[in-house]
Write a new protein. Structure first.
Ligand code: ASP
Length: 331
């Protein structure tokens, strides 16, 4: 029987990290090809093309690199791959997953994974996560689900997944939505049907800048007041509670929203922003009146990705539509 084609790209991250000398701390050194040797059973499941496209801690990935990985992944599908896996650091996995999800045009799955324990650590989770990610990418029931994150035996949708623990093995969760599936006895099992997806055109430029500021108690307005002068093209606020800021911030936001798109998300880590609940100055009804858009369930980081991509393809006027088609509610 012909084995299906699977493509894997390695970008670095803890999964690829080892210390050169004792006590030095781990750094990315292990190639994708070497990682593959830790899961020999994959050879019985697929014809694998693996490439090491980066060797970076995920804090140093950037949108340009992700765009080149995306075009590599699309080329792999053209060459016959039925699924693509990307191995990267977990620190920005939730953002990279969202970035790819807005741009992935195929029904075939694109699956991201990484590890919380470095390559030589006892109980390293990289090999198990990688094999699980490959199983998910190869499964027919993973199709039409866009981009997913596979970590610690769970499958999460890009739109909802977040890193919610800094060091624990169970570091990823999908607040409100929960995982979309699990690996049960090596099979990808889903708890929900695929959701409708919105795919954006590729950005024609990458120079746009979107600032992200978090509201905090008694915060000054110095950075906020300089957002336009600093040349930002968009602003995301991680607001209090259901999407609120202080009265002082609201006044400045009104001026900013006259010039560039402003999204207000919640800094709480879970739940949606409100629309019609609070009427005080700095509350969501006031901010909407002042020209800001509410992020709904989209967390501040994911909202920043959406705005950056919309600005990149000159579709920022479509922002309301993209926010309204709340991905999480359809997950
Ligand atoms: N701690 C991170 C990881 O889990 C490091 C990184 O994101 O590169 O991979």
């Amino acid at each position: 029987m012909d084995l299906p084609k699977l493509a894997i790209a390695a970008l670095g991250g803890t999964v690829s990290m080892q210390a050169r000398n004792a006590g030095e701390g781990v750094i990315p050194t292990v190639s994708g090809e070497t990682l593959l040797t830790s899961i020999p059973e994959l050879a019985t499941l697929a014809l694998v093309n693996i490439e090491t496209l980066g060797m970076l801690p995920s804090a140093s990935l950037d949108f340009e690199l992700l765009l080149s990985v995306l075009s590599w992944a699309k080329f792999q599908v053209k060459q016959g791959a039925v699924g693509v896996v990307i191995i990267q650091g977990t620190d920005t996995l939730e953002e990279a997953a969202t970035f790819f999800d807005y741009l992935w045009p195929h029904d075939f799955p694109l699956v991201l994974t990484g590890a919380m324990r470095s390559a030589a650590q006892p109980g390293a989770d990289g090999p198990a996560n990688l094999l699980d990610a490959c199983r998910v990418a190869l499964a027919a029931n993973s199709r039409q689900r866009g981009v997913q994150v596979v970590m610690n035996g769970q499958i999460h949708q890009a739109c909802s997944v977040r890193k919610t623990d800094s060091l624990a093995l169970q570091a990823f969760s999908s607040p409100v939505a929960g995982p979309t599936g699990l690996l049960l006895e090596d099979r990808a099992c889903y708890l929900r049907p695929p959701r409708q997806r919105m795919v954006l055109p590729l950005p024609q430029k990458t120079t746009q800048k979107v600032a992200m500021l978090e509201a905090s108690l008694s915060a000054d307005t110095l950075l906020l007041e300089n957002i336009i002068a600093l040349g930002y093209d968009g602003l995301v606020i991680a607001g209090f509670g259901a999407g609120h800021v202080s009265q002082r911030w609201a006044t400045v936001i009104e001026h900013i929203a006259e010039k560039i798109p402003v999204i207000i998300a919640t800094r709480t880590g879970s739940g949606s922003t409100a629309k019609v609940s609070y009427g005080f100055a700095g509350g969501e009804m006031d901010l909407i009146r002042k020209g800001a858009s509410m992020a709904g369930f989209l967390c501040p980081r994911k909202a920043r990705i959406l705005l950056w991509l919309l600005l990149g393809c000159q579709q920022e006027h479509e922002l309301a539509g993209y926010l309204k088609g709340d991905a999480l509610l359809q997950c």
